[in-house]
Design a protein around this ligand. Structure first.
Ligand SMILES: O=P(O)(O)OC[C@H]1O[C@](O)(COP(=O)(O)O)[C@@H](O)[C@@H]1O
Ligand SMILES: [Mn+2]
Length: 631
């Protein structure tokens, strides 16, 4: 009864928005039309790892999709060179126009020809959008004119052509050609990719994660699934000293101090000064790396000791170094070390931080907490991000869902309770949010570090061996045991079980992961379990190109199915602008449907269907005189 009253109240409210019969009819007709449009295109990428330049280009060329469309529309009209030139204009309009201006090549004819071409391309690409959406995709201020132009080609042979011709001539003669070209290029990019999903790992290894985030903060439609490197930086921004030490260590390892100092105004000078005194024989970067690594392992020990639930006692390591005879003792075996010089470790109390080490980490901690730019970026990750996402029938997450050796969801004991499967991921997500927005108790902050490197962490799924990788020569100790998940995601039944666990259709859904670089050069394929799972870590970052043999993937989901685009190496943005040098990309179908998916099949479609139902009932209330419409 109550529910019915509430619904009636809701319909009354709705009648304020649609006060007349005509307005209800119009909206019903519109929404039913929308349901039949093809599903908008989604792009998925992961593991960007600070690789700003190539990602910047890929975002501008929409993973190669713009070139494909240009090839289709202008096959006969343009030479290959002209097409490449036109594409560069769309990718980098401001830079391209400036170059042309310098060469005195910007004539009224150029503007006219270019705007007409942009118009043709926009029209071709807007077929699957409703007019309202196209309008929303046009940058503010240009809406009505671009909309008018899109309705018909100014040189077409029918009545309104004179009118449109005049519009075009005027906008060129008053000098707004540049503005319109720019607006068209924005529109084209928005039409090409209706939704962008980034399946984790923005940070570390590459030079400019900060620039990537700045760029994505302007994106019109994006969601993010956090990766282990993201959670590490989120933990650092929450003030976890251990996460901070690890962030600083990785940044130094890749010689990326600029990200901290210029990008985030976090000074590493005190650490460098301290390290130079402690390790006078090393170069400054190496000294600082060692100094921060020792701080890191001391702090990790404190976390491990106070959190038995993490079951990481095996990762207490500093007491296993024999400081006199210079070896590392593991399972009763002696291993040679990279260094025997540990001036900040007292062998009788190896886990204790020195006064100076305390000071350094405290100093870094306040810089991380006070960095406005870092906090802005982390808030963006929280706002647009989540641990996993169910979107249009697919399941997106960076790493894994912990399972046992038989592939059954493993039960994880934390804070006095057991969690498994989806409930475990929900618990983890809630903790990640609590660490930033809720009560910052010790466990919650420690857990952020655990999520970075623990075997039960859904974003890691590995037991990391950072200490061994830095200090022990024998690489057999570098191997990182990983969750059985990574052995099972190639099995159909396993993927089906996982999709079901998340309430998705096991026959049509896909699992989309990042995290594990796919060694394409060794014949490995990102397509697992006949396409039920797709692992899209193609190694955007340069440091990993050798490992994968390529330079990243984009997975594309459109109304006809799924395809995977494999990107090749990229020179740089300057060459792209000056010589029209695009990233080479090869595309492969993953799944081709005989039917076309429409908006009715998507999540947005479900919402629209609900709106239609409500409007239909409002219409009945008007018809039966229960509510009185305005005449
Ligand atoms: O290749 P690097 O930068 O030395 O890092 C190696 C470490 O990074 C990790 O691969 C984690 O990073 P990813 O999430 O990018 O795989 C660890 O498993 C490993 O210990
Ligand atoms: Mn990862």
């Amino acid at each position: 009864m109550i529910a019915q009253e509430q619904w009636y109240k809701y319909l009354q409210l709705l009648s304020e928005k649609y006060p007349t019969r005509q307005s209800v009819y119009a909206e019903l007709i519109h929404l039913n039309g929308v349901l039949s449009l093809p599903k908008p295109t989604e792009h998925f990428m992961s593991d960007l790892h600070g690789e700003y330049e190539s990602f910047f280009h890929i975002l501008n060329n929409c993973s190669g999709v713009i070139k494909e469309k240009v090839d289709k529309v202008f096959t006969e009209k343009m030479s290959d060179e002209e097409k490449a030139d036109f594409c560069t204009l769309i990718y980098y309009p401001l830079e391209k126009l400036t170059t042309l201006k310098k060469k005195n090549l910007l004539s009224p004819e150029y503007y006219k020809k270019t705007i007409l071409n942009l118009l043709d391309l926009s029209k071709f690409m807007s077929y699957k959008y409703q007019p309202r959406e196209i309008n929303n995709a046009i940058p503010e201020g240009y809406g009505s004119i671009i909309d008018e132009l899109l309705r018909g080609r100014p040189d077409a042979d029918y009545v309104p052509r004179v009118y449109r011709q005049k519009m075009l001539d005027t906008l060129i003669s008053i000098g707004s050609g540049d503005d319109f070209i720019f607006a068209f290029t924005v529109l084209i990019k928005r039409l090409a990719v209706a939704r962008l999903h980034i399946v984790g790992d923005f940070f570390d290894r590459g030079k400019r994660p900060d620039a990537i985030l700045n760029m994505l903060m302007e994106h019109h439609s994006i969601d993010i699934q956090w990766g282990n490197h993201d959670v590490l930086w989120m933990g650092a921004a929450c003030g976890s000293e251990t996460c901070i030490a690890e962030v600083v260590r990785i940044t130094l390892k890749y010689n990326n101090i600029e990200v901290l100092e210029r990008g985030y105004a976090i000074s590493v000078r005190p650490l460098f000064l301290f390290a130079a005194r402690m390790y006078p024989h090393d170069n400054p970067i190496e000294a600082a790396q060692k100094a921060i690594a020792v701080i890191l392992f001391k702090q990790e020990a404190a976390i491990i000791k106070r959190n038995p639930d993490f079951a990481m006692q095996e990762r207490l390591l500093l007491h296993k170094i024999n400081y006199k005879e210079h070896f590392f003792l593991s399972h009763k075996k002696e291993y040679e070390m990279q260094t025997d010089y540990f001036p900040t470790i007292d062998p009788s109390a190896p886990f204790s931080l020195t006064e100076e080490e305390y000071e350094i980490i405290r100093g870094l901690q306040s810089s991380f907490i006070e960095s406005r730019q870092l906090q802005r970026h982390i808030q963006f990750l929280y706002k647009k991000g989540s641990l996993y996402k169910c979107y249009n029938g697919n399941l997106l997450f960076h790493g894994c869902v912990p399972v046992d050796d038989e592939g059954r969801f493993r039960s994880i004991h934390l804070e006095g309770k057991n969690y498994s499967g989806r409930a475990y991921l929900d618990y983890v997500e809630q903790k990640i949010r609590q660490a930033y927005f809720g009560e910052k108790d010790q466990f919650t902050i420690d857990f952020m570090w655990y999520l970075w490197c623990g075997i039960n962490s859904p974003v890691s799924g590995r037991e990391m061996k950072t200490f061994e990788r830095i200090f022990v020569k024998d690489k057999s100790l570098w191997e990182e045991p990983s969750d059985a998940y990574f052995r099972y995601y190639d099995k159909d039944w396993f993927c089906e079980q996982l999709l079901q666990e998340f309430g998705l259709d096991p026959n049509h859904g896909h699992i989309i992961n990042g995290h594990v670089p796919i060694k394409v050069k060794d014949g490995e394929t990102p397509i697992k379990a006949k396409g039920k799972a797709i692992v899209i870590d193609g190694g955007f970052c340069r440091a990993y190109h050798k490992k994968t043999g390529i330079a990243g993937f984009t997975l594309v989901s459109n109304s006809r199915g799924l395809r995977l685009i494999e990107h090749r190496d990229f020179t740089n943005v300057k060459a792209a602008i000056m010589n029209n040098k695009d990233i080479e990309s090869v595309s492969e179908s993953v799944e081709v449907q005989s039917y076309q998916t429409t908006i009715a099949d998507t999540e947005e479609g479900e919402k629209i269907q609900e709106q239609i139902n409500d409007l239909y009932h409002l219409m009945l209330l008007y018809k039966n005189g229960i509510l009185k419409p305005l005449e």
